[in-house]
Design a protein around this ligand. Sequence first.
Ligand code: PEP
Ligand code: MN
Length: 339
Amino acid sequence: MIVILKIGTPEPQVKTVCDEIERLGFRPHVIVGEERTVIACIGHEKKKKDLYDLQSLDGVESLVPISKPYKLASKETKKGASVVKVEGGVEIGGKSLCVMAGPCSVESEKQIIETALAVKQAGAHMLRGGAFKPRTSPYDFQGLEETGLKYLAKARKESGLPIITEIVNPEDVALVEKYSDVLQVGARNVQNFALLKELGKCSKPVFLKRGLSSTIKEWLLSAEYILAGGNPNVILCERGIRTFETSTRNTLDLNAVPVLKDQTHLPVICDPSHGTGNWIYVIPMALASIAAGADGVMIEVHPKPEEALSDGGQSLTFKRFAELMAKLKALAPVLGRTV
Ligand code: PEP
Ligand code: MN
């Protein structure tokens, strides 16, 4: 249920409404909008009818039931687009597109700094790179862990680019939060509910990838865990799903972009590197992602893709990444966006 307050409702009345919501067994989640304040009531569906009593309180204009199971992620709760602010002045979800680029894994100090400087030069807004790698095979490179985070921090210092890196375990949230500007939840962890709950308490934005076989509804319910935990800064990332098609590693589901834009206020990024699994297809699918309405792209870039410890086959060289940026710069104005 959403409680819509009258324009200009004074703070003490907002508090009285919140107290009453709590007394009825729900958690009030106050959303201060440009024009008016609304309060989402978080709690069990069964007791929803009790909330109609709130209508009699001062300051309450109307009550609107939310039909979607994901309450805080839904456009029913918040009409406009959410813009997530990242350290270093980067915004995700506004008019300006956000390009995140870097290697699949942080492999060495030299590799990550060299990549950071090259993608920055080409116009990227953020640096990506995994220090904790959730690999399908236990025999594959598992990442440099805290040493990798330290290299990322150095690359941030050298390039000025904010960092996005993956978090795998709930116990490591504080560690990764210390080094990273955005915490990435990978496709394999989209339903790691212990991790999602921990990230609800995190002060940094969370980049939530779609699971290999998540429906959009399941994915939004995963986002809901983080929002309901108290962290409003969630970015969704379509990274391809598993289908019967074997010509590409995954099928980048671009339908998801307009569907999400219709259903949620959260920003949407596409990852055509994992979505296709082949560098040859990355540039066209990155452009298609933006044309479909995505707020940006995440691209794997490596100084020498043929020597990469992970995902070399889907990584762009510096030169190809610069080509992609030039194409994005030409496309963006047609769509009313900037890069
Ligand atoms: C990654 O971004 O390197 C990664 C592991 O992605 P995903 O979780 O989408 O497979
Ligand atoms: Mn990868």
